[in-house]
Ligand binder design. Structure first.
Ligand SMILES: Cc1cc2nc3c(=O)[nH]c(=O)nc-3n(C[C@H](O)[C@H](O)[C@H](O)COP(=O)(O)OP(=O)(O)OC[C@H]3O[C@@H](n4cnc5c(N)ncnc54)[C@H](O)[C@@H]3O)c2cc1C
Length: 277
């Protein structure tokens, strides 16, 4: 149950948010950053989240940026998934985001909330993993851009009091050929059986996955096998499956055997499509 005396703050600057976190923590109020609130409120009702104060980041203008500077696309962490789709500045991110939940929920769900959520699909991270994006994080040690490969390992490794302000993606990645496929066991919305996103970069195809293991990931070992053009595509895929970096999920969405079967077919399909371009 959500406690009736949760405090709510809506800072307008990054510094104010960071300072508030420290002050509330000092007062033992168990602050957490609040974005779309869809997960916080659900987990709160289930008594899994025990926050005493919410710091809503949606009034911070940097968290709502969405546009290009000279070198990068800047995507603010408080953007709703619907606004990302509607502006469609990053087609792979739009395609991946559109597979998350339903339109009504996507009006609320934000980019940063999906990336930092406890529910492990976090599908919106896949495009950023593929594009070697930078994560702008703010906390007690200031505001700094960090390569996603350094700060994301199954989850975002944020320090206490740190939050994601923006993601920066180099312009030259934005319009590369891509595929984003979400396979579900049933229904048109809901969690994935597996989601695979792929781009065709200069040095080969890149692949990132959600719903396969209990965390989203990009695997250089799997990519090496999938790009081994000396072998027939089905053989490359079989070898890549041997490099999956964790246990394959076996749950209500589908058995591990079924997931592997679907993954094998999906990878064959993606390679034929992207290598054919
Ligand atoms: C019906 C439904 C179906 C869904 N289906 C899917 C699906 O198929 N695939 C999928 O990936 N997701 C899915 N989701 C979304 C997901 O599970 C979460 O509900 C959602 O991503 C949370 O986003 P939010 O903006 O509401 O985050 P919030 O609830 O505001 O926050 C979630 C967590 O992230 C933290 N946080 C938020 N923003 C930041 C930030 N900028 N920096 C640091 N920490 C932050 C919060 O402190 C909290 O711990 C679904 C959600 C719903 C409601």
């Amino acid at each position: 149950m959500l406690s009736a005396d949760i405090e709510y703050y809506r800072p307008e600057t990054i510094q104010e948010a960071v300072d508030l976190f420290q002050i509330l923590k000092g007062e033992n109020k168990r602050p957490i950053y609040y974005s779309g609130g869809t997960e916080i409120l659900t987990l709160g009702r289930l008594e899994l989240a025990a926050a005493g104060a919410f710091i809503d980041i949606k009034a911070i203008k940097e968290c709502l940026s969405f546009g290009f500077n000279q070198s990068y696309l800047i995507a603010g962490a408080a953007l709703s998934l619907t606004s990302i789709e509607e502006k469609n500045l990053f087609p792979l991110l739009s395609a991946t985001s559109m597979g998350i939940a339903d339109h009504t929920a996507r009006n609320k769900i934000t980019l940063g909330g999906n990336l930092c959520g406890k529910i492990f699909y976090r599908e919106a991270v896949l495009p950023f993993l593929l594009c070697d994006s930078w994560v702008v994080a703010a906390g007690g040690n200031g505001v700094k851009p960090i390569p996603i490969g350094q700060i994301f390992n199954q989850t975002f490794q944020l320090e206490e009091g740190q939050f994601i302000v923006q993601l920066l993606t180099e312009r030259n990645y934005i319009h590369l050929p891509f595929v984003s496929i979400k396979r579900r066991q049933q229904w048109e919305t809901g969690y994935p059986l597996i989601t695979v996103a792929s781009i065709k970069a200069d040095n080969g195809l890149r692949f990132a996955f959600s719903g396969l293991c209990p965390f989203p990931f990009r695997s250089k070992e799997m990519e090496a096998e999938l790009n081994n053009i000396g072998l027939p595509v089905p053989e490359r895929v079989k070898r890549a499956l041997a490099q999956i970096p964790g246990p394959v999920l076996h749950d209500v969405e589908g058995s591990s055997e079924y997931r592997l079967f679907v993954l094998e077919n999906t990878l064959n399909e993606i390679i034929l499509e992207l290598e054919g371009e």
